[in-house]
Design a protein around this ligand. Structure first.
Ligand code: SF4
Ligand code: F3S
Length: 112
């Protein structure tokens, strides 16, 4: 199994998760993060750290799409290991429906 970042990270990107990952397997896009499914050791410590409850185990229903999403972009974006400020408007957008269609950017983040 693996843990994956899901839709509610988009346009929030709190980044609390990256500080606790023992294997540094978070990758940064312009407005979301992903986990590399082959690097994640399934320790689960990042899940409770996310204020947006965006990190889920792939054992939950309908996670295949998110595993593939995380795999695809983790191979394209830079690694991130240091927490940074959330995106502007993160609190207002936490929990908003349709974030993938409305806000997702394929552009890489800065990493770091
Ligand atoms: Fe990293 Fe553990 Fe979270 Fe996987 S479950 S992304 S290894 S902190
Ligand atoms: Fe995203 Fe939550 Fe990490 S919003 S950046 S998965 S702390």
């Amino acid at each position: 199994m693996t843990y994956v970042v899901t839709e509610n990270c988009i346009a929030c990107k709190y980044t609390d998760c990256v500080e606790v990952c023992p294997v540094d397997c978070f990758y940064e896009g312009e407005n979301t993060l992903v986990i590399h499914p082959d690097e994640c050791i399934d320790c689960g410590v990042c899940e409770p750290e996310c204020p947006a409850d965006a990190i889920r185990p792939d054992t939950e229903p309908d996670m295949e799409k998110w595993v593939e999403f995380n795999r695809k972009y983790s191979e394209l974006w830079p690694v991130i290991i240091t927490k940074k400020d959330p995106l502007p408007g993160a609190e207002e957008r936490d929990g908003e429906e349709g974030k993938l269609e409305k806000y997702f950017s394929e552009a890489p983040g800065e990493g770091g």
